[in-house]
Design a protein around this ligand. Sequence first.
Ligand SMILES: CC(C)=CCC/C(C)=C/CC/C(C)=C/C=C/C(C)=C/C=C/C=C(C)/C=C/C=C(C)/C=C/C=C(C)/C=C/CC(C)(C)O
Ligand SMILES: C[S@@+](CC[C@H](N)C(=O)[O-])C[C@H]1O[C@@H](n2cnc3c(N)ncnc32)[C@H](O)[C@@H]1O
Length: 378
Amino acid sequence: MALSDGIESHRAFSDGWRGLRDFLLSSRRFQRFAAAFPLTRPIARRRAADLFDLCAGFVYSQVLAACVRLDLFAQLRGGPLPVATLAARASIPVGAMVTLLEAGASLRLLERRVDQRYGLGPLGAAMLGNPGVAAMVEHHAALYTDLADPVALLRGELDQRKLGRYWPYAGQASPSAVTREGASSYTALMSASQPMVAEMVIGAYSFAKHRCLLDVGGGDGSFLIAVGGQAPELELRLFDLPGVASIARDRFAEAGLRNRMSVIEGNFLADPLPSGADVISLIRVVHDHDDDVVMQLFARVREALPKDGVLVIGEPMSSESGPDPTSAYFGLYLHAMGSGRPRSFAALREMLKQSGFRDVRSRATRIPMIAKVAVARA
Ligand SMILES: CC(C)=CCC/C(C)=C/CC/C(C)=C/C=C/C(C)=C/C=C/C=C(C)/C=C/C=C(C)/C=C/C=C(C)/C=C/CC(C)(C)O
Ligand SMILES: C[S@@+](CC[C@H](N)C(=O)[O-])C[C@H]1O[C@@H](n2cnc3c(N)ncnc32)[C@H](O)[C@@H]1O
């Protein structure tokens, strides 16, 4: 059998079986049968609950947003508190506060305790361990507005995208014009959420074997500071737009790190990257840009690295097998932002190979949803 015949018969089989599945699942009669029959009932209930979660997810997100805005998790860190206390502190009527607390409890963010008190739930407690997540939730207000009419957003009918304003470099021909003021909110958000990302990247790749690291698009330097803590001998350099570079300079000066770290300002779309580093990192940078920009960036990284120098990419990457809700999130997020797309490791590997990189490998991270890592040699 010729290869094309084999592919054709595989496609026919796959389409045929999926067609049968879709026919059954969309039939009200089959749904009634599956919910009644004891062996299929658990699956029917799970599917119904999955669909309910998709319908109601925006409400769950707003319950979380209210808990974060009212600082409920931090308030409950020391132990449960009475409803009346929480309501008075939030200037919310007791009845409405109970509605929020019950919603939080049903989502495992909070827990109802005896005597009309509420404490942390397992997910609320996990929020306290990852303060960057609360910062993300706060800034979702911009995305939430842009997504109010998702079809208009996808059709390009929104004149003003809030998320586009939040990330002023996105899709801009002259990102160097971004001022320090324009960069300050996104730089603070990146700084707040960097610890969980740095943990993933440093856990997957050891920088200690290198001499000098250049972090391109390095923000306020939080990633470099985390790497520096693990690799005390490593020379650290940061490259970012002028507005962000000035924030990083102040941060290093405040932390007394000016001797250890240097900051180079520039635009990687127009300026060559400084040479001298034997490892370059791109942390949450590549997915912000369209393919043509990424290819330019990879070319500049390759020019700046010595032979055998290493490029480390750390960011959320889409899954190559099966459904992956983080891709839904980043796909819509980056669309609203105005440039970029989530890429799988395989897509990045292809682009890296086309740019002349070799030995492209994926490194496993502890929580891939937060960041995956790709490593390549110049
Ligand atoms: C002790 C007992 C009783 C039981 C033990 C059971 C057990 C082992 C429980 C585990 C407990 C545990 C350790 C929980 C840990 C939870 C963690 C680590 C949770 C982490 C959650 C992280 C989340 C939700 C991250 C969300 C990230 C978001 C939304 C990121 C958004 C990123 C954006 C918008 C980036 C923008 C940058 C741009 C523009 C794309 O470049
Ligand atoms: C999403 S942030 C990531 C910041 C940091 N790496 C982190 O993970 O926290 C992307 C960074 O790339 C920088 N950037 C975007 N376009 C750039 C350009 N053309 N030249 C230099 N830096 C750029 C931004 O200013 C920003 O600091």
